[in-house]
Design a protein around this ligand. Structure first.
Ligand code: ADP
Ligand code: MG
Length: 699
């Protein structure tokens, strides 16, 4: 039998060396299988023939059958064009070509029957079709053509004649080679129970569907399969890990936890915080390693949950580590924890890339002899020379900067891997969380501390900036503070920093009677500290900064967040930045400043931001606008998304459904030895071995 997975694409009739190179480079198609799974991105119904008299300017693609009566060459230079007057007897329509005029004129004849296919538009009050496909009517059997597949191809491919039509021909050639059915990859019980089309039929139909109903059945089957194996992979991985890893047991709630709770806590925990602490407590008191994702919108009070969890570790004789993505956040967290703990005998230390060698040695010593109870740090903590005496729990704050790989590094710091609590305010939409972190249990803080007022968000164009400045002045006069944030991305770092400096100078002129702080990642740690401290203590009223303050920074008195060039930020980032205000009791404001001219996409983002304060809603919208591949975090997570047909934003229900199916298979055949599921396990192994199937990388 022909092995489509290993057979090189260059041996397919119609391909050869040159085209094979193109297919390799442009579309990563190397084997026959790669082509088989290169699905059309759209289909056009070619079973319907329109009458010319029916045409108007707003139709999508149409198909006409008729004859060309005459040709005409019009215009000069760029508007030079060939016009063919085409009719089917009901009316006339102009077919127009701006390029390849000579070629078309030689090929097409008057008074021969043609099938014309293209998109009508209106020009000077007349309907015309620019650059239509024109085929000899006798060569096309329209009633059997069904839906015509359209394949994405690149400019380079098109220049070598590898357009969508040519791709369709190649797929046809491929099917001619396949004398046997393509083997089934799902077990017969699953296929039967869920009424799925066979894989063989689905693959044929997805390329050449006869009608919409058939196409939908094929799409369903292929999406089902794709999502099923993702879930099966991650679920079997997580069951396996649960079996292998026993966790440290924090059996008692001891002195530090109790004293902190009774004496140091300045406020009552929200009921959501209490529930989450109970969930964590149940995990660490069991006999398996905790892996929990804590989602809570900005300002919901996750830091406190982290501290309580770490105190549980301390009370049971273990050390704890709080990992954060930026130095500024690490410094702030360290200060916050020390302040909250007050005089309790809990030693908190800070380790970042800029910790001095001398301090570093002292910290290392404390970690090894167990004197340091809580280590707050950045990536620096992951290094091999950071050795704990007895690490019991790792809390990872603002998780989207830490992927699977980093988590695994922390597990390796002990012979018994520590419990892991991942906290995030960038709410990962449910579908994505299930796919990315299907191995984590999820807790949600769905309640903000009492007394918070929803943040008012406005979008203004830059020409109204003066009224914004007087608004800020008003807020400062009432004793509040303001952030003004400028974008900074690696690609345009120099220019962005200059914008920040210019902006800062200008703002100093505007707000002459106030004090301003300035903050960006390129400053020395000492300076950063100092500027942050001045703002946090209220010495300065305005903090002009890059996105270094994006996550975690907590100055409750700040009530205004101005985001300059808001068009350059993604939704999640905007929401994160907005979360820096609204942390105290006073009404807070977020103002998005953009240019007047905006793309459709940007306009939508601004609308969503002004309409919603709900991080989950925003994350869902973000997923829909950008697609999962672009989601912050998916790239760093070690799992790239290469879904061929399913769509995480649209196929959420199906994903949840197949998760149940996958769990069922794992329940029914935990040892992976039942003949019934042999095809399924074999397929899973194959998928994991595929190079371009990256989500297998998790195991
Ligand atoms: P985030 O979830 O964004 O990390 P933080 O932990 O920084 O939120 O908490 C935001 C602010 O809310 C902090 O100033 C914190 O002290 C305060 N806070 C946390 N929990 C409560 C609570 N139960 N009641 C009142 N204020 C709280
Ligand atoms: Mg936080």
């Amino acid at each position: 039998m022909l092995d489509t997975a290993t057979r090189n694409i260059k041996f397919l009739p119609g391909v050869g060396e040159q085209r094979a190179t193109l297919l390799n480079r442009e579309l990563a198609i190397h084997s026959l299988n790669d082509l088989l799974y290169y699905f059309p991105y759209k289909y056009i119904d070619r079973s319907k023939v329109y009458r010319v008299s029916e045409l108007g300017g707003q139709l999508q693609h149409v198909q006409l059958v008729g004859e060309i009566r005459s040709f005409e060459e019009l215009g000069e230079g760029a508007s030079r064009r060939l016009v063919a007057h085409f009719t089917d007897g009901t009316a006339y329509v102009d077919l127009v070509w701006f390029r390849g005029i000579k070629f078309i004129k030689n090929r097409l004849k008057t008074n021969a029957r043609y099938v014309v296919f293209g998109k009508p538009s209106m020009f000077n009050g007349r309907v015309n079709i620019a650059h239509p496909d024109v085929d000899d009517a006798s060569s096309l059997q329209l009633d059997s053509m069904g839906l015509q597949p359209y394949y994405n191809t690149t400019e380079k491919m098109k220049r070598s004649g590898l357009n969508s039509n040519a791709m369709a021909k190649l797929v046809q050639n491929l099917f001619k080679l396949l004398t046997d059915d393509i083997p089934e990859t799902l077990s017969p019980d699953i296929v039967a129970k869920h009424g799925l089309m066979s894989l063989n039929e689905a693959l044929h139909v997805i390329h050449f569907p006869k009608n919409l109903k058939e196409l939908q059945a094929a799409q369903y089957r292929l999406k089902f399969e794709e999502l099923f194996f993702i879930q099966l992979n991650i679920l079997s991985y997580s069951r396996d890990r649960q079996k292998r890893y026993v966790g440290h047991r924090f059996s008692k709630v001891g002195e530090m936890f109790n004293r902190f709770y009774k004496e140091n806590l300045p406020f009552e925990l929200t009921s959501a915080q209490k529930r989450v602490v109970r969930e964590i407590r149940a995990d660490v008191n069991g006999n398996r390693q905790m892996n929990r994702l804590l989602q809570g919108d900005v300002g919901s009070g996750k830091t406190l949950v982290a501290l309580l969890s770490m105190l549980l570790a301390k009370d049971n004789g273990y050390q704890a580590c709080l990992l954060v993505p930026t130095e500024i956040l690490a410094e702030q967290h360290c200060a916050t924890l020390r302040r909250m703990l007050g005089s309790l005998p809990v030693r908190v230390e800070l380790l970042t890339g800029s910790t001095k060698q001398k301090e570093r040695s002292a910290i290392f010593e404390g970690l090894e002899n167990g004197n340091v109870d809580i280590l707050v740090g950045t990536h620096a903590v992951l290094e091999d020379n950071v050795v704990f005496r007895n690490l019991g729990i790792v809390v990872i704050d603002e998780q989207h900067r830490f992927g699977v790989v980093q988590r695994a590094k922390m597990w390796a710091k002990n012979s018994i891997p520590p419990h892991v609590l991942v906290m995030t305010a960038t709410p990962i939409p449910r579908t994505l969380a299930m796919t990315l972190y299907g191995d984590l249990d999820v807790s949600v803080i769905d309640e903000l501390p009492p007394g918070r007022k929803p943040i008012t968000t406005n979008h203004i164009f830059r020409n109204r900036i003066d009224s914004l400045y007087s608004f800020i002045r008003g807020q400062i006069n009432e004793g509040r503070q303001a952030y003004i944030v400028y974008p900074l991305i690696k690609e345009s770092e120099k220019l962005d920093l200059k914008n920040l400096e210019d902006g800062y100078k200008q703002l100093c002129n505007v707000f002459v009677d106030y004090k301003l702080s300035k903050l960006h990642g390129k400053m020395k740690p000492k300076e950063k500290d100092e500027e942050m401290r001045r703002f946090a203590s209220g010495e300065t009223q305005i903090l002009v900064s890059t996105t270094v303050i994006e996550v975690g920074v907590d100055v409750p008195n700040a009530s205004v967040m101005v985001i300059e060039n808001a068009e350059r930020f993604g939704l999640s980032q905007l929401h994160q930045l907005r979360g820096r205000v609204g942390r105290g009791a006073s009404q807070s404001y977020c103002v998005l400043v953009t240019d007047y001219k905006l793309s459709e996409d940007t306009r939508k983002r601004m609308e969503i931001m002004t309409a919603s304060n709900d991080g989950f809603e925003i994350a869902e919208a973000d997923l829909k606008l950008r697609g999962p591949g672009d989601m912050e975090g998916t790239q760093q997570s070690g799992i790239a998304f290469d879904l061929k047909i399913a769509n995480l934003a649209r196929d959420e229900q199906l994903l949840q459904y197949v998760r149940v199916v996958a769990n069922g298979v794992l329940d029914a055949d935990p040892k992976q030895e039942s003949p019934l599921y042999r095809v399924v396990w074999e397929r899973l192994r194959t998928i994991k071995n595929m190079k371009n199937w990256n989500w297998g990388a998790i195991s």
